[in-house]
Design a protein around this ligand. Structure first.
Ligand code: PEP
Length: 253
């Protein structure tokens, strides 16, 4: 059975002390389960304490919210994939909608970041998703496939299979309006179909849904066989709500 991924994107929240407190509270009450993996994406300065707190928990990993594509150099304020890996990150988010739409990250840059993450031995989690205007114009599939093609450019089939995809419709992030389970599953099927042609036969891509997932809607979303996990912002910040999401039953495959 493939593992469900529960990824917590803390964005610009939780200094080291608060990060330690939340991870401790979550891990104290969430016993390891063979079918689920927890991923914490704290702000980079809190990565060290998260790595310390998850030590010994094979079901938990830490990651960074962004990486630069160069391995080192004069890039003030940036973090390279090898530095993130050396600091204990296992995962790297790439192309989060806030990076794309608030910081102007381009499709081509996401491709460079995915390749840099893979080269450093990190597992990239590439975020894709359409704006509300694009959805209304019937362009969801076109946008998502364009972002996938750019983010996964120049990778062979084995490397492509190592990248997790987070489908995060931009209109659902931080808005309290989540995609319906059926709408999320429909886009996941498009992504899965595209990936199936570019990954080794039999490989199941990990495709997560993100966008206003919370304790009340997680079970309905995860009842969709298409979802291999969830990427959660606001509702992952507090132990109580995150624990409820982690307890959501999975679809029977
Ligand atoms: C996110 O930051 O990736 C996200 C999905 O945020 P939220 O759960 O708050 O919508």
């Amino acid at each position: 059975m493939s593992r469900l991924l529960f990824a917590a994107n803390w964005k610009m929240h939780h200094a080291p002390a608060a990060a330690r407190e939340v991870v401790r509270a979550v891990l104290a009450r969430h016993r390891p389960q063979p079918d689920r993996e927890l991923i914490f994406y704290p702000p980079a300065v809190s990565l060290g304490v998260v790595v310390e707190e998850i030590k010994g928990r094979r079901d938990a990993a830490a990651g960074v919210q962004n990486v630069h594509w160069e391995p080192k150099g004069a890039f003030t304020g940036e973090i390279s994939a090898p530095i993130a890996a050396a600091a204990g990150a296992v995962w790297a988010l790439v192309g989060h909608s806030e990076r794309r739409h608030k910081f102007g990250e381009t499709d081509a840059e996401t491709g460079k970041k995915v390749r840099a993450a893979l080269a450093a031995g990190l597992k990239p989690m590439l975020c894709v998703g359409e704006l509300i205007e694009e959805r209304r114009a019937g362009r969801t599939e076109e946008v998502v496939l364009r972002q996938l093609a750019a983010g996964l450019a120049d990778l062979d089939a084995a490397a492509t299979a190592r990248v997790a995809i987070a489908y995060e419709p931009v209109w659902a992030i931080g808005t309290g309006v989540n995609a319906t389970p059926a709408d999320a599953a429909a886009v996941h099927r498009v992504i899965r179909g595209w990936l199936a042609q570019r990954t080794p036969p039999g490989a199941r891509a990990a495709i997560l849904y993100g966008g206003s997932v919370n304790a009340d809607n997680a079970a309905a979303l995860l009842a969709e066989d298409e979802l291999d996990g969830v990427l959660v912002g606001g509702a992952s910040l507090e132990a109580e709500s995150w624990l409820k999401i982690l307890a959501a039953p999975r679809a029977t495959r």
